[in-house]
Design a protein around this ligand. Structure first.
Ligand code: ATP
Ligand code: MG
Length: 429
């Protein structure tokens, strides 16, 4: 039997996982500076939580859900995205609480599941890092959150990125625009894909999000939602653009952008990569405002703003842009031990070094000295300590500074009592 991982999933192996940690750590530090705190919700939710939030007519809910009935006959789904579960949690745990905790800001990082056709940058289990801010209607929240996302990519060493924004307005806007869109699309109905034909009546905005070629052609001439913004929506959007201008953040407006989830209102945005070879999978981060969602799921009226980014795509783009990663490999000391009789002493030495707060490793494969030095090199050891039969008998150890090739003999007692001094002598002098 040859077992293979399920289609559309990846094993993230050592060598690769360090990059993931770097991306996650960068997010943790930056989002922390913006006063976001981590939230961890379950990997699966009641189906209704996701269907209600994301919307029945979206691709995610209508085609991509990993949903099933559990042994108790409950309809559940692996989470396809982070916002719906967090809104559920926000309401269930009454995180709306007193006024002083507003806005309530959380970030998350973890796997999401969508039954998609796997291809480059499109998986069935993929990973997102995202944030949600609850309670602020202020366009400043939209702007600082978009800036934080852009800053995150800059910290990862990405430069060929673009901020694209649009507004989906409020209820009033959507009603007016819905009709205008139906009026525009109806004459083209016969040309539309089957999905879009259905959506034209159920949820015409979804047609704008279609990936079908013919649909895309038709959509090009569609009326712009920006011409249908209510006064309140217009005010919000112009505040957002004014603030972006004031902070000298460049952006584009794409009035056909709608996003694949129904819960958005007002500002929506995507961050696109122009790195070579990214093709159709060039959106690395997407999000926006969702002022009705908390109420929709049974909570008090609470505005929200958030975004999510796909870690796999971020890593692909880092590779495409040849972003410089920090040096992950480092070892303070490697203990070369020669012969069975030094086995115990080598163990005592690595443990003493570790207890002194340094990283240390040793040979456990009984290899020849040369092979052990090779390991030390591969592990980028700063110092190599060698102990053989002679040294053991004399109560000494040879310490080599790999960078300068300088070698000094120390008493074993020095290593045991105060390795920090040994290290300083070798590395700093
Ligand atoms: P797309 O238009 O590419 O299908 P989407 O609109 O479905 O994206 P969102 O639901 O907004 O994407 O998710 C935000 C981000 O998560 C995307 O920009 C992308 O980086 C990532 N993402 C979404 N789906 C996948 C997937 N199947 N595999 C890998 N990454 C994904
Ligand atoms: Mg999608």
């Amino acid at each position: 039997m040859n077992y293979q991982r399920p289609k559309g999933t990846n094993d993230i192996l050592p060598g690769e996982s360090e990059k993931w940690q770097f991306v996650e750590e960068t997010a943790r530090l930056l989002f922390g500076d913006y006063q976001y705190h981590e939230i961890r919700t379950p990997m699966f939710e009641h189906y209704e939580v996701v269907a209600r939030s994301v919307g029945d007519t979206t691709d995610i809910v209508s085609k991509e859900m990993y949903d099933f009935y559990d042994k108790g006959k409950r309809h559940v789904t692996l989470r396809p995205e982070g916002t719906a579960p967090i809104v559920r949690s926000y309401i269930e745990n009454k995180l709306y609480g007193p006024e002083y905790v507003k806005p309530y800001k959380v970030y998350y990082s973890g796997p999401m599941f969508r039954y998609e056709r796997p291809q480059k940058g499109r998986l069935r289990q993929f990973h997102q890092i995202g944030v949600e801010a609850f309670g602020s209607e202020n366009p400043a929240t939209d702007v600082e959150t978009m800036i934080m996302a852009m800053e995150f990519f800059k910290q990862l060493g990405l430069h060929q990125i673009r901020l694209v924004i649009n507004s989906l307005g409020d209820k009033e806007t959507r009603q007016a625009y819905r009709q205008a869109l139906i009026d525009y699309l109806t004459p083209f109905e016969a040309q539309l894909s089957d999905d879009s034909k259905r959506r034209l009546h159920e949820n015409p905005l979804r047609v704008l999000d279609s990936k079908d070629k013919r649909d895309k052609e038709v959509v090009k001439g569609a009326p712009s939602i920006l011409d249908y913004l209510s006064e309140a929506a217009q005010n919000h959007f112009s505040e957002v653009t004014k603030m972006l201008d004031a902070l000298e953040v460049s952006y584009e407006i794409d009035s056909n952008m709608v996003r694949g989830l129904d819960y958005y209102t007002h500002t929506i945005f995507e961050i696109m990569s122009d790195a070579p070879k990214m093709g159709a999978q060039s959106t690395i981060c997407a999000g926006g405002r969702y002022d009705q969602l908390v109420e929709e799921l049974g909570g008090p009226q609470t505005p929200g703003f958030g975004f999510a980014m796909g870690i796999e795509r971020v890593l692909m783009i880092m590779e495409a842009e040849e972003a410089v990663l920090p040096d992950f490999d480092h070892l303070d000391a490697y203990v070369v031990n020669l012969g069975q009789e030094t086995n115990v002493e080598a163990l005592k030495i690595v443990q003493a070094i570790r207890n002194a707060g340094f990283s240390a490793d040793r040979d456990v494969m009984n290899r020849k000295a040369k092979a052990q030095f090779k390991s030390a090199d591969r592990q980028k050891a700063e110092l190599v300590l060698t102990i053989g039969k002679e040294e053991l008998e004399a109560g000494t150890v040879r310490v080599k500074h790999m960078a300068t090739r300088q070698e000094v003999e120390f008493l074993l007692a020095d290593v045991y009592e105060d390795f920090a001094t040994v290290y300083d002598k070798m590395v700093k002098e």
